[in-house]
Design a protein around this ligand. Structure first.
Ligand code: BES
Ligand code: ZN
Ligand code: MN
Length: 488
């Protein structure tokens, strides 16, 4: 049995006119009394409607969805819970397309957020021998009288659909179980996704190339598995020379047993999503190329399965990374930083990045620190840190800046190698300090998504399972570099 990939998204379009015979969705804002959007007056019974963001109810053939105070986050929530309600209704033979009646003065940001929520809020991943249930397929957003603002709304919807597709691709890749998903599967999935986008190139390097080039971290981590590692390089050359070059690096561990330092059985199955950082990078490159953004972007995904066998690497090993730096291994479960070290070093030595960003489900410590809805953000550069946090805020992903504590920097030194894999102290921070050793003097940000890459319940536009977290932030971040002279 296979899951149908890619998972179909609800399609969202904007238009000026309502369709004959298509049921309507009306909106309601919180307030005393509740304020209704167009079409609601005299139709909606106010006793049944709170306006609370995401509250849905049905009034005859029409649906009413609450959009709270009308902040973008409220609209995102509204889109998501509306689609979940419509999916449930479609299963019971309800309709599959609806006209959503928006207020005349609705903003582009609100429409974008609503579209994003609607497109990904009903995401479902199930590997099954049964026919998938009937689902709502499309929404038409109608802002009558928006006039010349209509073009802006159409553009907002177009971009939101691209961001949604990136989130969904990230989820699909990370949700795929690890009996199916090995490094060569992930590489093939990247090739397939990129093939649909003109100008996006993918190179996949095998274990032989990795050995010739000296990728000691990737080879050590992947050495215990019968399914060899790969190195995926996606290239979006941009549309012009002289553009800033952004290099994105994503952790691509297709399953993390912990290796010889093996993980406890409880929760180990969740480690099928340990390539979520890599998935976000692949999805971001696709989204950037789809929009033909005028910026140069390279995506690197070192991918390996961290497994246990007679050929597995050991605690106490000393490995040599790409570029020659050596690491004293003390715990084979801290594998992510070893594969990232090779890739960061490859980027610094070969790609002349203006900006370097890595994203990884790196440490359980970060999940404990920030919980499961906020990503950890480390940066050597304030401008870059600000761009990441602001980009995330614009697309509904939140980041919290963490310190690269100077007083712990020395703890990364090893007596028997150049660097020590697992310095003592706060785990998310020491992991970041380890990575920093491989970034040269390139402005660098490290995004630890161990918490938000997965969800165990529904909230906002997120459903249980892989969340696709960070893909949207990376696309939005790339867009900030499309303005001239913006590195500073
Ligand atoms: N993939 C894990 C981190 C992780 C934990 C992601 C929980 C998502 C949820 C990573 O490879 C790991 O095992 N890290 C260790 C590092 C330690 C051995 C220094 C950890 O966090 O325990
Ligand atoms: Zn891991
Ligand atoms: Mn691990």
């Amino acid at each position: 049995m296979r899951a149908p990939l890619p998972t179909p998204l609800v399609t969202v379009e904007v238009a000026d006119t309502l369709r004959r015979g298509v049921p309507a969705v009306l909106v309601a804002f919180t307030g005393d009394p509740v304020r209704l959007g167009p079409g609601g007056e005299g139709v909606v019974d106010l006793d049944d409607v709170s306006g609370k963001a995401g509250a849905t109810s049905r009034q005859g053939r029409a649906w009413v969805v609450g959009v709270g105070d009308g902040e973008p986050g409220d609209w995102r929530k509204a889109g998501a819970s509306l689609v979940r309600a419509l999916h449930a209704d479609a299963e019971k033979a309800g309709g599959t397309t609806f006209d959503v009646r928006l207020p005349e003065d609705v903003t582009a940001a609100a429409v974008a957020a609503f579209t994003l929520g609607a497109a990904v809020g009903g995401y479902r991943f199930k590997v099954s021998g049964e026919e998938p249930p009937k689902r709502v397929k499309s929404l038409r957003l109608v802002a009558a009288g928006a006039g010349s603002a209509g073009a802006g709304l159409a553009e907002a919807v177009r971009k939101a659909n691209t961001l949604a597709a990136a989130t969904s691709l990230g989820r699909d890749l990370a949700n795929t179980p690890s009996n199916v998903k090995d490094p060569s599967w992930l590489a093939a999935a990247a090739v397939k996704a990129a093939r649909a986008v003109p100008g996006l190139r993918v190179d996949v390097r095998d274990e032989k190339w990795l050995a010739e080039q000296g990728f000691g971290g990737v080879l050590a981590v992947g050495g215990g598995s019968s399914r060899p590692p790969r190195f995926i390089e996606l290239t979006w050359p941009g549309t012009d020379s002289g553009l800033p070059h952004l290099v994105l690096v994503g952790k691509g561990i297709t399953f993390d047993t912990g290796g010889i330092s093996i993980k406890p059985a409880d929760g180990m199955h969740l480690m099928r999503t340990d390539m979520s950082g890599g998935a976000a990078v692949i999805a971001a490159l696709v989204g950037i190329a789809q929009q033909s953004l005028p910026v140069r972007v390279t995506g690197l995904v070192p991918t390996a399965e961290n497994h246990v066998s007679g050929s597995a690497y050991r605690p106490g090993d000393v490995i040599t990374h790409y570029g020659g730096t050596t690491t004293e291994v003390t715990n084979t479960d801290a594998e992510g930083r070893l594969v990232l070290a090779d890739a960061l070093s490859y980027a610094v030595r070969n790609l002349r990045p203006d900006v370097l960003v890595d994203v990884a489900t790196l440490t359980g410590a970060m999940k404990v620190t920030l919980g499961v809805r906020t990503g950890g953000l480390f940066a050597t550069d304030d401008d870059l840190a600000g761009r990441v946090a602001d980009s995330g805020a614009r697309v509904g992903e939140s980041w919290w800046r963490m310190p690269l504590l100077e007083e712990l920097a020395e703890d990364v030194r090893s007596d028997i190698a150049d660097v020590r894999q697992c310095p003592p102290g706060p785990g998310g921070i020491t992991a970041a300090l380890f990575l920093k050793e491989f970034t040269g003097d390139v402005p660098w940000a490290h995004l630890d998504i161990a918490g938000p890459a997965r969800a165990d319940k529904v909230y906002d536009e997120v459903v249980a399972g892989a969340t696709g977290f960070a893909a949207r932030t990376l696309i939005e971040l790339a867009e900030t570099y499309t303005q001239p002279n913006t590195i500073g």
